[in-house]
Design a protein around this ligand. Structure first.
Ligand SMILES: NC(=O)c1ccc[n+]([C@@H]2O[C@H](COP(=O)([O-])OP(=O)(O)OC[C@H]3O[C@@H](n4cnc5c(N)ncnc54)[C@H](OP(=O)(O)O)[C@@H]3O)[C@@H](O)[C@H]2O)c1
Length: 250
């Protein structure tokens, strides 16, 4: 489970641990990562291995996969997640910003998938789940880096699902709309703590269910896609957005 000390990644790691999976978690900040590992171990279910790493780095990908296989003997499930690229207009980003978004949000998913697939083949099954963004399905102002790069992830996942389907490996994308994490809190205008609820309610006004999602709700979807129940779902991009996409066709 990549990028998993906080937010969506943490919720997914906890959901998988609750199901009894042995889970490897990773993030750059060691302290928060260890605290998350402690919460997961307290569930008393599967084993937890916490490895501080930057998932945008190629050596880190090699080391993480080697440590996972060394500790647990293989890989059944890969959840590709990472921090999000910054928001801003097209003209506000230089070449370096595009390059780092590419490394963080596309190349990391490519690398980890490439490294994990041979181990999944050995086991005779596998699940690859990419956390992308609703912005690949519907307009989100200021998300040019995220949208452009994640459309690459969706393209890769679709083609990969065709290639690895015969090996009983599924590849899917989960596309969150607005789910309450630190990344979303950081996009609120400066405010006093007691104003937060009102500001969030304001943001939820155009969402059919009239609220922002909880990370656990996305995590339940990821746990389902990772389970044997979801063996016939592959090559799909599944929104989890409280109905925020207004289109009637995919
Ligand atoms: N929340 C939403 O509503 C929403 C909507 C659409 C898309 N998304 C996307 O979903 C992903 C997760 O979002 P979130 O809201 O959960 O973010 P978050 O609350 O900021 O959490 C990000 C997590 O990823 C880790 N991380 C960030 N960069 C990393 C790196 N280079 N290497 C390893 N770990 C890294 C962070 O820990 P460290 O900082 O310690 O590394 C943290 O554990 C992002 O790509 C975001 O753009 C979120």
């Amino acid at each position: 489970m990549l990028a998993s000390s906080k937010g969506l990644g943490k919720a997914c790691a906890i959901a998988l641990a609750r199901e009894g999976a042995n889970v490897v978690i990773t993030a750059r900040g060691k302290e928060v990562l260890e605290a998350t590992a402690g919460e997961m171990r307290a569930l008393g279910k599967g084993k937890v291995l916490a490895i501080p790493a930057d998932v945008s780095q190629s050596q880190a990908a090699e080391d993480l996969v080697a440590a996972t296989v060394g500790t647990f003997g293989g890989i059944d499930i890969l959840v590709n997640n990472a921090g999000g690229p910054p928001f801003g207009s097209f003209e506000s980003f230089d070449e370096a910003a595009w390059q780092s978004a590419f490394e963080l949000n596309l190349l990391s998913a490519v690398r980890f998938s490439r490294l994990a697939i041979p181990h999944m083949r050995k086991r005779g099954n596998g699940r690859i789940i990419n956390i992308v963004s609703l912005s690949i399905r519907t307009f989100l102002s200021g998300s040019v880096l995220s949208t452009s790069i994640r459309m690459g992830v969706a393209g890769m996942a679709k083609l990969l699902s065709d290639e690895v389907g015969p090996d009983n490996i599924t590849v899917n994308n989960v596309a969150p709309g607005l789910i309450l994490t630190e990344r979303v809190r950081d996009t609120l205008p400066p405010h006093a703590p007691e104003e937060e609820e009102r500001l969030l309610a304001e943001r939820a006004k155009t969402i059919p269910v009239r609220r922002i999602g909880r990370p656990e709700e996305l995590a339940d979807l990821v746990a389902f896609l990772a389970s044997p129940l979801a063996g016939y779902i592959t090559g799909a991009t599944i929104p989890i957005d409280g109905g925020a996409i207004r289109a009637t066709a995919p």
